[in-house]
Write a protein that binds this ligand. Structure first.
Ligand code: ADP
Length: 248
């Protein structure tokens, strides 16, 4: 593993009974890069993400993060080391304001127990940092709006702000553009670029235009295996990829 690699998997494999959802996947993610994991439905992308964040245990293979073997660590320990998956939208509390959502994420990231009813005064010291985080995702003017009442694209930006509260070194983004219109796609793409200035990003994304515009490196999975890896041009010109993935 080179110093430049923040995440390296070797022979990562996951079986569900007799079925191998992920087979012998070896990926190197370079520090500071935006790396995309793409492939048709059922290719094994989610299963890979679940193994990386330790939601499910690999059947075989190893995962190294910053040179350290994390294959057997628990999800909370991996997050503490700096490998964090962006929360699902369901984890944003719709009745709380955007500011309150980020404040709670900050509170949790500092190891405080998650206390929903904690007195306002105890949370106030976190306001400054929470506002900075909201500003960094372009949500300053929505700080006092309820999370459930802002647009879908802004909710995803809020989700990214709550993830940034944990100060991840490697951020995993799960289909950040799913269900978005053009305007939101442009906004979130700009946000991903901004956020990537001081961290590494690994994302699963179906929108190939977004993948082409943002990614330094792309890994293509099909049927649980790595079919190709490289920059967008290399991957998009690969015959096997065109046949298996792009249907050309
Ligand atoms: P992708 O995210 O690329 O669409 P997944 O990782 O969700 O692919 O799924 C890969 C394959 O593994 C699929 O065929 C899926 O049906 C299967 N699979 C995923 N999770 C399970 C599970 N818990 N039990 C059995 N099969 C599963």
């Amino acid at each position: 593993m080179s110093e430049d690699d923040i995440l390296v998997t070797e022979g990562l494999t996951k079986s569900f009974g007799d079925f191998q959802a992920v087979s012998d996947v070896s990926i190197r993610v370079k520090r500071g890069a935006i790396h995309a994991l793409i492939g048709p439905n059922g290719a094994g992308k989610t299963t890979c993400f679940n193994m990386l964040t330790k939601f499910i245990a690999p059947t075989a293979g190893t995962i190294r993060f910053n040179g350290r073997d994390i294959t057997r660590l628990r999800p909370a320990d991996v997050a503490r080391l700096g490998l964090v998956r962006s929360f699902q939208i369901s984890a944003v509390f719709p009745h709380l304001t955007a500011l309150e959502n980020v404040r709670i994420a900050l509170q949790r990231s500092r190891g405080d127990s998650f206390d929903f009813w904690r007195s306002k005064t105890a949370l106030d010291p976190l306001n400054g940092r929470a506002l900075e985080l909201l500003d960094s995702v372009g949500l300053t003017s929505f700080a006092y709006s309820r999370a459930g009442e802002i647009s879908y694209g802004r909710k995803r930006a809020l989700e990214i702000a709550t993830t940034l509260a944990i100060e991840p070194e490697l951020m995993l983004l799960d289909e950040p553009m799913a269900g978005m219109g053009h305007e939101d796609i442009d906004r979130i793409a700009a946000l991903i670029l901004r956020v990537s200035a001081n961290r590494t990003i690994l994302m699963v994304e179906h929108n190939l235009q977004v993948v082409a515009n943002l990614s330094h490196r792309i890994t293509v999975l099909t049927r649980g295996r790595v079919l190709a890896e490289g920059d967008y041009r290399t991957v998009s010109e690969n015959h096997a990829v065109r046949e298996a993935y792009m249907g050309a």
